[in-house]
Ligand binder design. Structure first.
Ligand code: FCB
Length: 468
């Protein structure tokens, strides 16, 4: 049992919740929206759990006002959302679709009317299918298309939206989408995955230039998912596995953005695997242009060990997100886990924040996602008693505020997610929301965590908590 005392919240701290278009909107063929790689992927047999798709999702497109009211009910000052690229620009080029612009305009105005600051993520994985057909992120042209799109979105909403992040978790887009193939577009080629990673970063840099040329007081950044990689033992082999995973997961993105260079050891590891990063002159200058903020998504850690050559042999060539990483095994580290089988490790969040501040940058950091999936049950009395999620949030918020107290310039913390939603390849089976969604009726029910968050914010303090 641990006793956690009441903890007053810092004044002016940026609390919020987060969502993403394909996970909640539905209405995939309405309002002039074009197809995205996630439509294609989820409609391909055996790609998602139970063949689930985002066709209807939380029907947010038709329930916008109701969902904005939920946000108002929570009382957090920010809402981070990702407009759908194919709703705004159906084929990935040309002018914006007026109906799409109208929908997000209504959202932005509705947020302001409720005193909530909108925060836009420009890319949360729903690439227009036409751009994938032309090569997708492994093709340099996709970065250029993204930058043009970013400029148009800024032209449409820049007068009403101050905070912008270019990409959400480029690691997932690149390595899960093009390497392991468990995310759209489902390709399995490590050279493509690395090229996609570079072009996503280039897209970030080019988009940043577009936005900077327009924006005087916008706050611009990128969101990275950063997870500590720890060795199972202190054997040199295990320690080296942790270095390599840290390289591909964290430093592959942090180093170019904040140091203008890919890490030497990662470049050497990739070369050994016959893979190169398609950098052209000037790319790294664009990628490392100054930012106003860094968004961090944090969920868990990785614990790794080295496989023996026999184990590698036995395992064969099963698809993995890690280029050159067949000899690295991911193991359970012994901590309690969520429904995703992700270890609950709040110290990893404070360590990550310290690492960024110590090794990379002193710009403001925002936790743009933090949350957990559990097997929530809607009881007959209409309640969902998700104490495990409250524990998760409580412990992670405390860890984040500890780092802030120790000097890290942390400005905000957004809960993933407002609603249960389409959890990518896991379909609707994993519930991350603080509102429960009944997918038959589309009824939303506040879980205990939503009520807890509302009361915490109203009270300006984390309540005292005893947890197992
Ligand atoms: C993050 C994604 C988000 C959601 C959470 C659980 O990787 O950004 O869309 O799937 O994980």
């Amino acid at each position: 049992m641990t006793e956690r005392p009441r903890l007053p919240l810092p004044a002016g701290f940026g609390w919020g919740t987060a969502t993403a278009s394909y996970q909640i909107e539905g209405a995939v063929s309405e309002g002039g929206r074009g197809p995205s790689i996630w439509d294609t992927f989820s409609h391909t047999p055996d790609r998602t759990r139970n063949g689930d798709t985002g066709d209807v999702a939380c029907d947010h497109y038709h329930r916008l006002d109701e969902d904005l009211d939920l946000l108002a009910e929570i009382g957090a000052p920010y809402y981070r959302f990702a407009p759908s690229w194919p709703r705004l620009q159906p084929t990935g080029s040309g002018v914006l679709n007026p109906e799409g612009v109208q929908f997000y305009s209504r959202m932005i105005d509705g947020l302001h009317a409720r005193d909530i600051e909108p925060w836009i993520t420009l890319y949360h994985w729903d690439l227009p299918q036409q751009l994938e057909d032309a090569g997708g992120w492994p093709a340099r042209a996709t970065a250029e298309a993204f930058a043009k799109y970013a400029g148009l979105v800024y032209d449409a909403f820049g007068d009403r939206v101050r905070h912008w992040t270019t990409l959400n978790e480029p690691w997932c887009s690149a390595f899960l989408g093009y390497g392991q193939g468990v995310h759209a577009p489902g390709r399995q080629d490590h050279q493509d995955a690395v090229a996609a990673g570079h072009h996503l970063l280039l897209g970030h840099g080019l988009a940043l230039r577009e936005l900077r040329s327009r924006a005087s007081d916008a706050e611009l950044g990128i969101t990275l998912n950063l997870f500590p990689a720890e060795p199972e033992s202190d054997s040199p082999e295990d320690v080296d596995c942790a270095r390599r995973i840290d390289g591909l997961m964290n430093r592959f993105f942090l180093d170019p953005v904040f140091r203008g260079t890919y890490p030497d050891d990662v470049v050497a590891d990739l070369e050994r695997a016959g893979i190169s990063i398609p950098v052209q002159d000037g790319d790294l200058e664009l990628i490392s242009a100054p930012l106003d903020l860094l968004g961090v998504n944090y969920y868990t850690r990785f614990v790794v060990r080295a496989r023996s050559p026999e184990e590698v042999e036995r395992r064969g060539g099963r698809p993995s997100p890690w280029p050159g990483g067949r000899d690295i095994q991911f193991v359970a580290g012994g901590l309690p886990t969520t429904e995703m089988r992700w270890e609950v490790y709040p110290e990893g969040l404070s360590n990550t924040l310290h690492r960024i501040a110590d090794d990379y940058t002193s710009i403001p950091i925002w936790i743009t996602e933090s949350g957990s999936a559990f097997g929530d049950v809607l009881l007959a009395d209409g309640t969902v008693d998700d104490q495990a999620r409250i524990d998760y949030l409580d412990s992670h918020i405390r860890a984040a505020l500890e780092a802030r107290e120790a000097g890290v310039d942390l400005r905000g913390y957004f809960v993933w997610s407002l609603l249960d939603n389409f959890e990518w390849a896991f379909g609707y089976e994993k519930r991350f929301g603080i509102y429960y969604v009944d997918y038959e009726t589309q009824e939303r029910t506040p879980k205990a965590s939503a009520i807890w968050l509302r009361e915490t914010l109203a009270d300006d303090a984390l309540p005292e908590r005893t947890s197992a």
